[in-house]
Design a protein. Structure first.
Length: 129
């Protein structure tokens, strides 16, 4: 059994990649549509810099967590800043319409160690040997 071909709102992946940004925005939910229509220039600029870096064989690093994922980004590996380091994000078809920051966690699980001397009232009177 062969898997189903990916479609987004009735459009195949090849049709989506051929669309310009404003036509693609009409297929998105309202918040993403407004974001692309009002300021689509940063997305266009980001795509141009990505293509230049891919041609040179460089790693794509970005702090732009609010960029909306468009079909032309599919297949790219982008390192997104998560507050302390960059985390690698592989763009797939299912990510279309989401923002880059949704796929990188900015908070970690807290791992507490053993309490040190002076951490509690009872431990303040222990010897430091």
């Amino acid at each position: 059994m062969i898997g189903k071909e990916f479609t987004y709102r009735g459009k195949s992946l090849t049709e989506l990649k051929e669309m310009n940004l404003n036509d693609f925005a009409k297929l998105l939910p309202s918040r993403q549509r407004r974001s692309i229509i009002r300021n689509g220039a940063p997305i266009e600029k980001f795509l141009k810099t990505c293509n230049k870096k891919i041609e040179k064989g460089k790693i794509i690093k970005t702090h732009l967590r609010d960029i909306i994922i468009v079909p032309k980004m599919i297949g790219m590996i982008i390192n997104v800043y998560a507050g302390k380091e960059f985390t690698e994000v592989r763009i797939t078809e299912e990510m279309i319409g989401h923002r880059l920051g949704e796929f990188t966690q900015t908070r970690r699980k807290v791992q507490h160690g053993a309490p040190g001397i002076g951490a509690t009232r009872g431990s303040a009177f222990l010897s430091v040997k």
